[in-house]
Write a protein that binds this ligand. Structure first.
Ligand SMILES: [Cu+2]
Length: 265
């Protein structure tokens, strides 16, 4: 009697914990940050869907275990009926995992294609160069068919206590496709903005590229996600998402500054 009551309250507690996490906004993201791009939103849905699939499988397995423990517990010292095999059940528990894997594979491949898709003429192109231990952002524009750098931001390693003023800022417009091209001249780094739910390695001698469309303005933290040397932890930056108008004046400003400084462009 006591064990049944304990079982009941444990079950109720578990259910409560599950629904409590599922209902709060942060909990429903299952550890993911708030997504700020179309691609990030898609990835969050894939993540949540995978958890729903996992919880469903878990619930069925836990249910079967509890059922076996409760309804097939030892009642006497007699040997229970000895059986050899059950073909339908064996076929079932071989086929069902294949179906689960097939479904997960389908959604993963579909969403990966969406997230990795690039367009022919993205309105914003930024060359991101990672170096020991900061970042350089070069904004590119086509002038008379030739690509030129119209603005540059070169970062310095932030102070060991992580003070914000040292962080270089990558400014991009919301609602527009942004192409990021990743370069490195020293070691392997990794470009990571948690709010994009995305990171990509920065390889010396190979240009990795990706595109995203931000849909929320604001300032978001970014970091290097590949241990690249002693001051790796100082490779911090920020992604600033502004409105297209603000972005235009940011770039115009940078161009004017470059001109005033006697820059080549
Ligand atoms: Cu690094």
């Amino acid at each position: 009697m006591r064990s049944r009551r304990a079982l009941k309250s444990a079950g109720a507690l578990g259910l409560l914990a599950l629904t409590a996490t599922a209902c709060s906004g942060e909990g429903s993201r299952l550890g993911m940050p708030e997504p700020i791009s179309d691609q990030a939103e898609r990835m969050l849905k894939l993540w949540q869907g995978s958890w729903i699939a996992a919880f469903t499988v878990g619930a069925v397995v836990w249910g079967l275990i509890i059922w076996a423990v409760v309804f097939h517990r030892k009642r006497s010292d007699d040997l229970p009926p000895q059986v050899r095999y059950n073909l339908p059940i064996e076929i079932l528990y071989t086929a069902v995992p294949f179906v689960i894997i097939g479904v997960l594979f389908f959604f993963t491949a579909r969403d990966e294609n969406f997230v990795e898709k690039t367009t022919d003429n993205p309105p914003v192109v930024v060359d991101v160069t990672a170096f020991q231990w900061s970042w350089q952002f070069d904004y590119k524009e086509k002038v008379a068919g030739k690509e030129q750098t119209v603005a540059s931001v070169v970062g310095v390693p932030v102070a060991p206590n992580g003070h914000t003023p040292g962080k270089p800022v990558l400014t991009i417009p919301s609602g527009e496709n942004v192409r990021v091209r990743l370069h490195s001249n020293d070691v392997i780094h990794s470009f990571w903005v948690p709010a994009l739910l995305y990171k990509k390695d920065v390889m010396p001698g190979f240009t990795n590229e990706f595109e995203f469309k931000a849909n929320k303005t604001g300032t978001y933290e970014g970091r290097c996600a590949e241990l690249c040397g002693v001051d790796h932890s100082r490779m911090l930056f920020q992604l600033r998402v502004v409105t297209p108008d603000q972005y235009k004046s940011y770039i115009d400003n940078a161009k004017a500054q470059a001109k005033a400084a006697g820059g080549a462009q």
